[in-house]
Design a protein. Sequence first.
Length: 273
Amino acid sequence: MRTYYSIGETAKRSSTTIETLRHYDRIGLLKPAKVDVHTGYRYYSDEELVYLNVINFCKQRSMPLNDIKELFANDHYEYIIPCLIATEDKIDQEIKQLQQTKKLLLALREQYETRTTLIPEQLSDHIFSCKQIPKRMILTFPSIQQPSIENFQLLQDLLMQYSSGGEGDSFIFEHTAFILTTLEKEQSENHSVLFGVCEKWPAEADNMAVLPAGTYIYGYCSEDQKALAMQNMITDAKTKYDAELAFIVQSVIFTGIFQWVYELQALLVPCSE
């Protein structure tokens, strides 16, 4: 004798919800075994429970409901095998995306942890030191010029695109946002652009540039101090080191989710090749 279950019992047995079962009915994915003509109540049998187990299995593997519906309508290995392969490919992409996200989160956590020693007293518009910085290959994004939460997120999205799929397999980036400001004597305003530092890159790529190795003048400042700090850095480089700065790099240091300061860097003396 066939056993029937109410929609509530069916939901409980299949670890789903009543509304989900109603939705499956509406879209034609899974109809109840019978419907009471007087009350409109839905009833399900063990056969529908088997289908629900398959649906849950497929959903856990990121298969869309429409694809599951097609799978039920084409219950044959010639259709099932390509469908499963496509689902495997989608899962692989999701795993890759999760791995990239995890790498980003780890890098962000490390940045916060290593910057806990950066106290407010270190931020200044006029205190600078010198240090050696190795050569850096960078990928610039001319369309992103101003520092903002939205632009930092856009930069991160673009870097992840270059780091995943196709040509992007050849790119690996530092997980830090940078701004490059070129100092143009003939122009009233300097030009800025956001960029990423490449740890690995392809032989040919657009918008690539080189930041030379050498002795850099550097200092830390807040957003409010940045304009004056950059001007003072230019002056210090000229008066103390007799150097004309061609550019200033601003390495963005996040001190909170929506807060950041800068490490300013400018090349004083390039290393001889």
